[in-house]
Design a protein around this ligand. Structure first.
Ligand code: MN
Length: 128
């Protein structure tokens, strides 16, 4: 990656730190929000290349935030990848219905995480 900007919306500090380190090491520029509300603000003002959205957040949940992003023309085309625990199968269906491009399960797989994120980015840059 050469400076693609990823917005990470995550309320868990340890998850945030791990994701940040992996993405920085892969060459991403990392933007961070600790809540859906802050994530929406940053998405609208900075228009990142990809958004990683935790589903379980205090206040507004990630699914609601994704619906808002997809409803607004300025942010509708930004790929959003949902982050949630593997056990939360209902989150996967809700994320797809809300318009998420992909789903990454937590705990984050450190060896493949940055590559997975890159894949979601490439898919939108080179549509079939
Ligand atoms: Mn969370």
């Amino acid at each position: 990656m050469a400076g693609e900007r990823v917005l990470l919306v995550e309320d868990n500090v340890l998850n945030m730190e791990l994701a940040r380190e992996l993405l920085l090491a892969a060459g991403f520029v990392v933007l961070e929000a600790g809540s859906a509300e802050q994530g929406l603000e940053l998405a609208r003002s900075l228009l990142p290349d990809v958004i990683l959205m935790d589903i379980r957040l205090p206040g507004m949940d990630g699914i609601t935030a994704v619906r808002q992003l997809k409803a607004e023309p300025a942010t509708a085309s930004i790929p959003v990848v949902a982050l949630s625990a593997q056990a939360m199968r209902s989150d996967l269906a809700a994320a797809q219905a809300a318009g998420c491009t992909g789903f990454i399960t937590k705990p984050i797989a450190t060896r493949s995480f940055a590559t997975e994120v890159t894949g979601f980015l490439a898919r939108t840059e080179h549509p079939a």
